[in-house]
Design a protein around this ligand. Structure first.
Ligand SMILES: Nc1ncnc2c1ncn2[C@@H]1O[C@H](COP(=O)(O)OP(=O)(O)O)[C@@H](O)[C@H]1O
Ligand SMILES: C=C(OP(=O)(O)O)C(=O)O
Ligand SMILES: [Mn+2]
Length: 534
């Protein structure tokens, strides 16, 4: 049986998937919700949001992600970062997964990855779960109805959480698998229901394809000044550093919250929706995102709620701290209609420094920006275990190593050239701890971060007086309207200055030790800008 709308000459069989009993093509939100309820996948919540839980996997599984080692990609994949899967193992995995879906009910969405028609990728997502179809319909970009009639895809993602991989047969590590074949133009996902795998798979594909077209793919959010798309800013950052929160700034126009391309003249969103964290979401600090949690069709993933009133509990992290909501961009009132801005005038690198060492904002030279891009520093607070207060440093190159199929030098060179060509101003912003490290200090107030960003993006910060940070070498403003001078200088926020100096020296050493691997690939200017071990 078939329902929905599809190009009649591009049915599921044309994607190589046969024997599926019931296929739903490009269902709209209400029918996806109807199907998901019928199938017992979740329930309708306040305002028509859709409530789901994902069981064991409440976050991505980077260790279970593979790239198929095919001859045509052998020389271009960064194998030290991407686990190889043999073409033979992939063939068995594919055959087993195709067998698994025979006789089943599947949901198909034909979507674009990329707001710029010149660079977009046509993708077909085939999902076992109706709510995954709803999720990806929010997250990617929807063709017009008449475009669907002739739509064919360039890549297929088959996502089947009930399929458990077998390490012995499939050359993987566990029952969870995310395998990308660039030759077959196929991604196979099994053994996890975490929705984020769907969107990050498409991101990984674009990260491979776009550099060859001269486009810099970026793990960043983006927004622009009201009425002026030419005044665009991008915000690089690893998970939890504030891309989603800070891009949804009521005083700027939202382009997107997670993945963008930088072309010779524009910044374009790969996506058409957002995927926000909801833990401790504060309606005063983040009213726009908060409001989406009770809008029709918003997918609420892994949140605890009252079974009677369906009221969401934003504090209860008993399922996971990575609780999320997914919604289309137009649910944020000041979102761009095109999802395209000008090339970035400002490049912001976000970091969540739980050591409490980095200043809330610093100005970077192009060489320092390269250094921080290749370093990709952030930190994670040490889980929820009692008594564990030591933050975990993370260096994830390009602010997104798990999604980068190519070597960091490829993305680094693109960024260097783009910054030079477009004369972008670069900033490092610490959204992490102030007044001490995690355990002693507190998280940077969102309003302070926003005030500093406003000053950077409207150009006024350039006129400030700067000091040079003795450990990191970048310039830090001494005084900015709306923010206390003390906050701008992390050492002054610590009661124990000697403890600050020790912590700063420790962090500088971590940077220096990590950067050794990139020294052979960077120019003299970046080497000179490198942080020196204390
Ligand atoms: N100063 C700050 N800047 C940005 N986010 C902050 C700040 N203080 C606290 N937060 C919280 O940190 C989290 C940032 O996460 P998010 O914006 O989803 O990051 P990303 O999109 O980069 O993964 C949010 O839960 C936000 O409420
Ligand atoms: C969607 C994700 O990205 P982020 O946490 O950066 O928003 C993710 O990591 O699954
Ligand atoms: Mn985000």
């Amino acid at each position: 049986m078939e329902t929905g709308k599809v190009n009649p000459s591009f049915r599921l069989e044309q994607s190589g998937i046969t024997g599926v009993k019931t296929v739903h093509y490009n269902l709209l939100e209400h029918d996806l919700i109807n199907a998901a309820v019928r199938r017992g996948e979740g329930e309708v919540g306040r305002g028509g949001a859709f409530l789901v839980t994902t069981g064991k996997h409440t976050g991505r599984s980077p260790l279970d992600k593979f790239v198929v080692r095919e001859a045509s990609v052998e020389d271009s994949i960064w194998w030290e970062n991407n686990k190889p899967m043999s073409p033979e193992a992939f063939a068995v995995l594919k055959a087993d997964m195709l067998k698994h879906v025979k006789g089943s009910e599947m949901f198909v969405q034909d979507l674009y990855g990329g707001a710029d028609p010149e660079y977009r990728l046509n993708v077909r997502l085939v999902t076992e779960l109706a709510w995954h179809n709803l999720f990806i319909r929010h997250l990617l970009r929807r063709p017009e109805l008449e475009e669907l009639e002739t739509f064919t895809s360039e890549f297929t993602v088959l996502n089947c959480p009930s399929f458990n991989a077998d390490p012995a047969r499939h050359g993987c590590r566990s029952e969870t698998v995310i395998a990308i074949s660039f030759e077959e133009k196929l991604v196979l996902i099994g053994g996890t229901s975490y929705a984020g795998e769907n969107k990050k798979s498409v991101f990984s594909i674009l990260n491979y394809l776009l550099p060859a077209k001269g486009v810099m793919p970026m793990h960043c959010s983006a927004n622009h000044a009201p009425g002026n798309p030419k005044d665009t800013a991008v915000f690089f950052g690893l998970s939890g550093t504030g891309k989603t929160t800070l891009s949804a700034d009521p005083s700027r126009v939202l382009i997107g919250d997670d993945e963008h391309g930088w072309t010779s003249e524009s910044t374009f969103n790969f996506e058409g929706g957002c995927y926000a964290k909801t833990i401790d979401l504060n309606p005063k600090a983040e009213p726009e995102i908060y409001a989406t949690t009770s809008k029709f069709g918003t997918v609420i993933e892994n949140m605890v709620y009252d079974p009677y009133t369906k009221e969401l509990d934003f504090q209860d992290d008993s399922l996971t701290a990575n609780m999320r909501c997914a919604y289309p961009l137009h649910y944020i009132s000041n979102a761009s209609e095109t999802s395209i801005g000008g090339y970035p005038r400002n490049v912001v690198m976000l970091t969540c420094d739980a050591f409490g060492v980095l200043p809330p904002i610093a100005r970077l030279t192009p060489a320092q920006a390269m250094y921080h891009f290749l370093s990709g520093f952030t930190s994670k607070v040490a889980g929820t275990e009692k008594g564990v207060t030591e933050p975990q440093p993370t260096f994830s190159t390009c602010f997104g190593a798990p999604f980068m199929p190519r070597r960091p030098e490829v993305y680094g060179a693109l960024l260097r050239d783009k910054i030079a060509e477009h004369g972008a101003d670069c900033w490092l912003v610490n959204t992490g701890w102030t007044g001490g490290a995690y355990g002693t200090g507190s998280r940077m107030p969102i309003r302070a971060t926003r005030a500093l960003l406003h000053a950077a993006l409207d150009g006024s910060l350039k006129d400030a007086t700067f000091r040079t940070d003795p450990n990191f070498g970048f310039e830090v403003p001494i005084s900015v309207d709306g923010v206390s001078d003390v906050l701008l200088d992390p050492r002054r926020t610590w009661d124990d200055k000697a403890a600050y100096d020790a912590q700063a020296a420790k962090l500088a050493s971590m940077f220096a030790e990590n950067f050794g691997q990139y020294e052979p690939f960077v120019g003299e200017d970046v080497l000179a800008a490198a942080v020196k071990a204390a």
